[in-house]
Design a protein around this ligand. Structure first.
Ligand code: GCU
Length: 419
């Protein structure tokens, strides 16, 4: 088949699959499903103590999610280095310190660079800090004219004026409403952010981004149990953490993410216990929501539309959720006993708010083993009535987004539970 014909064929198949998929939004049509017990091993052994959880159950779950869902990172880097490329002691009208750090990852004589923008409250030694990816570049989260514009491949977005897959000055500050920067700083927290496309551009192409640094021989894409983009983004968060733990001005780090980047934050929190707390904002399918409910986005649909997000092994569960020996509550449980916040929005049905709530609810028994409190009622709380314990949850009014309301809850909770 000629290249253009085969491309047309692939495109039509994608359209047909898309057309065939009708999400279920009817609670009555949620199937009866058997949820795996986080406190019973794959071989049927009951887990009755935190010690047994850590020694037996946690490692086997981590391995399963690594091999069959997100994919494993193939190896360690040869080296990582940091360069402080810009800093200012009186940013944001004097209330904050700004730093811009370039991180260079090197492997097999190849290099990848990403840029972290950091704001810290002045006069707070070792400030706790929220770390989270942004969708279109560090310069989009604030109007601060000194923030460097990313040169990495960007998803086009008319509203932001990104048309040639490259960000320009026109998008500066355009997504500031998603980052309650002033509030975060005034509350005594720092904020660090990275453009996720600098780690791996969000397209079904494994020749660019971090993956290619790890290829052996003539490998052109990850093996079926190796990392997709979500695991790559999680890896990037850990490399950012390599810097943050060395910076004497920075204290504990909470990893945060919205939507696909919430999925990445959860996997980062599960794989790297240097993250002191984890926040999942509207992370949905492959994030906090239970897959076996098949409500809103499903495994088959996410793998069709985003074939590069998970490892290839995960495709075995397309329209086959019953066969999955785990579910996402067990991903959440991997974060125990560290504080975990799952947040939903009532109109964001695609992400299955009830499934996200139940994810947190069914992760709670693992937290209880450590003497930590989680979600005790199986009924989702009312809109805008957060439940805040070590495991927290809120259902906000409105749609798929990160709002000032969300940040207000995260800051309030972090002050109480980040110990
Ligand atoms: C799509 C995708 C979701 C994802 C979301 C986002 O809607 O289907 O899984 O969470 O994009 O990242 O905004």
């Amino acid at each position: 088949m000629k290249k253009s014909v085969s491309f047309l064929f692939a495109f039509c198949t994608l359209l047909m699959t898309a057309a065939q998929f009708t999400p279920n939004y009817d609670e009555h049509k949620v199937p009866d499903f058997q949820l795996p017990d986080p406190l019973t091993t794959f071989r049927g052994e009951k887990i009755t103590s935190s010690k047994k959880w850590i020694e037996k159950r946690r490692p086997e779950l981590l391995k399963f999610f690594g091999n069959q869902v997100y994919g494993q990172v193939p190896d360690k880097l040869d080296s990582i280095s940091f360069a402080l490329i810009e800093q200012h002691g009186v940013a944001l009208n004097g209330g904050a310190i700004r730093k811009q750090v370039e991180v260079t990852l090197s492997n097999n004589k190849k290099h990848l660079r990403f840029h972290m923008l950091i704001y810290l409250p002045k006069d707070i030694p070792k400030a706790p800090l929220f770390l989270g990816y942004n969708f279109h570049g560090n310069h989009t989260i604030t109007a601060d004219p000194k923030v460097i514009i990313t040169k990495a491949w960007n998803i086009n977005n008319d509203e932001l004026g990104i048309t040639e897959n490259i960000a320009t000055e026109s998008s500066r500050g355009k997504l500031a409403n998603r980052w309650a920067l002033e509030k975060i700083i005034k509350s005594g927290f720092g904020l660090a952010t990275i453009f996720y496309g600098e780690i791996d551009p969000d397209k079904n192409d494994f020749t660019d981004g971090i993956h290619s640094l790890f290829y052996t021989n003539d490998q052109a894409r990850p093996d079926s149990d190796q990392w997709g983009s979500i695991a790559a983004w999680a890896f990037g968060l850990s490399r950012a953490m390599d810097y943050l733990v060395e910076d004497p001005q920075i204290g504990k780090v909470l990893v945060f993410g919205h939507s696909r980047l919430g999925k990445a934050a959860l996997w980062a929190g599960a794989t790297d216990d240097r993250f002191a707390a984890v926040i999942s904002n509207n992370s949905g399918c492959g994030g906090a929501a239970l897959s076996k409910r098949k409500y809103g986005e499903t495994i088959g649909r996410i793998n069709d539309f985003f074939p590069h997000w998970f490892c290839d092994n995960f495709k075995a569960f397309n329209e086959n959720e019953e066969a999955l020996p785990v579910d996402q509550h067990e991903l959440l449980a991997l974060i125990a006993p560290r504080p975990l916040y799952v947040a939903s929005a009532v109109e964001d049905k695609w992400s299955d708010p009830t499934g996200e709530f139940l994810g947190a609810y069914y992760a709670t028994p693992v937290y209880n083993l450590f003497g930590k409190e989680g979600i005790t009622s199986k009924n989702s709380p009312e809109i805008n009535k957060p439940i805040q314990h070590t495991v927290s949850y809120h259902l906000r009014e409105g749609g798929h987004d990160v709002t000032a309301y969300d940040w207000e809850q995260y800051v309030r909770w972090a002050k109480k539970f980040l110990n």
